[in-house]
Ligand binder design. Structure first.
Ligand SMILES: Nc1ncnc2c1ncn2[C@@H]1O[C@H](COP(=O)(O)OP(=O)(O)OP(=O)(O)O)[C@@H](O)[C@H]1O
Length: 270
């Protein structure tokens, strides 16, 4: 695992937009990105590059800007400076285009439902999956659906269920597929969240503190699974965590964010 500092410069992309997606170029690159939330510079002068086949971790304590980084990459907030590129092409992210583009994101502690099987939990938010009465409609139509929905899914119906089983199997949780989520060990919940994100076949998987609240053994097992993820899909992983040990286990490269967010004009780099 290589350790980078957050002000380590990466070359700025040329800005010319390639006609096709060149898989030799970094999946995602941020160059000197700064995002302000109100008067707070929540993300300051951040540069990073996520190459094909890599798991890259961004590590830092609460409040250092990890969620802001993800929200910037997903287009929920717009950076006031810097450049984001996707396979070498300038990117202006839009949340509703994420799945089409090939980005899936997990959210901390969102969207696991007792009363549904593990398999049904993996399928929540997928197109063509009937609503399950146990889940309030508002939650099914929530942000998870927006992130994991529609156009990126190539299969539906029984084939989608089989794909969901395949992902559970890949993550060592196949035997729990038909069990109620409430009845399976909590140590498996992280894998259910992962399987759901994998279902869309993303090129880039964004993992928001995947080990939060986990015991050391569960986190270590999950880190091993995450480390092995980049293959065909996802092609690369960017994860944010406050857990340096988890990042060390899971990542090829770790970028440490350790600065304090600053007020207004006097923003400084992390
Ligand atoms: N809506 C907002 N308006 C103004 N400042 C905000 C807003 N949301 C977050 N911040 C501030 O921006 C900074 C970065 O927050 P962010 O949530 O990105 O950090 P984080 O590293 O993800 O921490 P956590 O894991 O606790 O969410 C923090 O100082 C936070 O207080």
């Amino acid at each position: 695992m290589a350790l980078m500092s957050s002000d380590q410069a990466v070359p700025t992309a040329t800005g010319t937009r390639p006609t096709g997606s060149d898989t030799r170029l970094p999946v995602l690159r941020l160059a000197n990105v700064r995002t302000r939330l109100g008067t707070t510079v929540a993300l300051s002068t951040l540069s990073l590059s996520v190459e094909s086949g890599q798991v890259v971790g961004v590590v830092g304590p609460d409040g250092v800007g990890k969620s802001t980084l993800f929200n910037t990459v997903c287009g929920f907030v717009r950076p006031e400076a810097g450049e984001i590129t996707w396979r070498g092409a300038a990117l202006r992210p839009r949340p509703h285009r994420l799945t089409t583009m090939g980005v899936a994101r997990t959210l901390q502690g969102v969207g696991l439902y007792g009363g549904l099987t593990v398999l049904e939990n993996v399928l929540v938010g997928s197109p063509g999956v009937p609503r399950v009465p146990a889940v309030p409609a508002g939650r099914q139509a929530g942000i998870g659906v927006a992130l994991f929905g529609a156009t990126r899914f190539r299969v539906q119906g029984p084939a989608l269920r089989e794909l969901a089983r395949d992902h559970l199997s890949r993550l060592g949780a196949a035997e729990y597929a038909d069990a109620d989520l409430a009845a399976v060990p909590a140590s498996l919940h992280g894998r259910v969240v992962l399987a759901r994100a994998l279902l869309a076949g993303p090129e880039l998987l964004l993992l928001d503190d995947p080990a939060v609240g986990m015991g050391a053994a569960t986190a270590a097992a999950l880190a091993g699974l995450v480390r092995d993820l980049p293959s065909g899909s996802p092609n690369a992983v960017l994860l944010a965590t406050a857990d340096f040990e988890f990042a060390q286990r899971a990542c090829d490269q770790v970028l440490q964010l350790d600065g304090e967010p600053s007020d207004a004009a006097g923003g400084h780099g992390h």
